[in-house]
Design a protein around this ligand. Structure first.
Ligand code: C2E
Ligand code: MG
Ligand code: MG
Ligand code: MG
Length: 289
């Protein structure tokens, strides 16, 4: 096979880059339109208390009901959103939607019905909702303002709202971010460090930032009973969180054996297909006027 000349290789490379960039711009444009056209949806995955199996909260997970491509998971579009200010608009939309949905559950009671679980959470028992946020929302100061608005508009207690930020986004905890996180914490909302175990500087950030919960990444949970290295990390994280007085949520719990292991080591909460996949939230009914 003939080798490409240097010039041809360069041309090809540039072409590939340009197509990737164009594709990103296409997705970005479509996603921006989707926000306006009401194509985004929020699914909710229950978070259970490992002591008694009670549902105590639900994580809000965004989906894109694409007119042509069908229901898209965040992996298809969240990176593109993260690379622009779109993530702030998307995140704010999800937060508002989740706040309104939670208020409705609290008014009317929420039936959680899945193959593994049927639970009716009647009022006045109050669930919490956990919403993912990008560190870009934090540093802009917009997150704090939208959190305040969502709490006020829906009559929610601050502790009923949790904000999750992934560990890998905290490679630099700039002073502005530390200040904003402190302000969020002062509002009384819960702050969870998401995907714990996937970054590198975990200990320093846990000490410097006001998180009150760590979410143990699914990659380690899936190693329980399989990979002693993963088990060692799970044990270490649970011990550390315990000694720092942090709540712990295990992600991606799929088997009773994983559940048992986690419960025995003092993990407080869990979510995963063992309990329920994320399910479409009920939207506030359109009121006929
Ligand atoms: P995450 O916050 O770590 O969410 C948990 C992911 O694990 C979800 O994927 C969920 O569907 C999946 N999952 C839960 N239980 C199981 C299980 O037992 N087995 C397996 N295999 N998977 C399980 P999803 O919904 O595809 O979301 C992916 C990521 O996208 C989220 O990871 C989160 O980082 C991000 N994301 C989702 N919604 C938003 C949002 O509104 N804003 C931002 N900034 N990011 C979001
Ligand atoms: Mg999350
Ligand atoms: Mg996570
Ligand atoms: Mg994860």
């Amino acid at each position: 096979e003939a080798k490409l000349s240097g010039k041809n290789q360069r041309a090809r490379f540039t072409h590939a880059l340009r197509t990737a960039a164009n594709r990103r711009l296409d997705v970005e444009e479509d996603l921006r339109a989707a926000l306006g056209d009401d194509e985004l949806r929020v699914h909710y995955q229950p978070i259970v208390d490992l002591r008694d199996g009670a549902v105590i909260a639900a994580e809000a997970l965004v989906r894109w009901q694409h007119p042509v491509r069908g229901l898209l998971a965040p992996v298809e579009f969240i990176d593109v959103a993260e690379q622009s200010d779109l993530i702030a608009d998307l995140g704010e939309w999800v937060l508002r939607e989740a706040g309104a949905c939670l208020a409705r559950w609290q008014r009317e009671g929420q039936e959680v019905r899945t193959p593994a679980l049927v639970a009716v959470v009647p009022p006045p028992h109050r669930l919490a909702v956990s919403v993912n946020a990008s560190v870009r929302q934090v540093s802009s100061g917009r997150l704090r303002r939208s959190v305040e608005a969502v709490l006020a508009d829906n009559g929610l207690l601050p502790g009923e709202l949790h904000i999750e930020i992934t560990e890998t986004q905290f490679m630099s905890a700039a002073p502005a971010i530390q200040r904003e996180m402190a302000a969020l914490s002062d509002l009384g909302v819960g702050l969870s460090l998401d995907d714990f175990g996937t970054g590198y500087s975990s200990l320093a950030y846990l000490k410097r930032l006001p998180f009150n919960c760590v979410k143990l990444d699914r990659s380690y949970v899936s190693g329980i009973g399989v990979n002693p290295g993963d088990e060692a990390l799970v044990d270490a994280v649970l011990a550390l969180a315990g000694s720092l007085g942090l709540h712990t949520v295990a992600e991606g719990v799929e088997t009773p054996a994983q559940e048992r292991y986690l419960r025995e080591r003092g993990c407080g909460y869990a979510q995963g297909y063992l309990y329920s996949p994320p399910v479409l939230g009920t939207r506030p009914p359109e009121r006929a006027s």
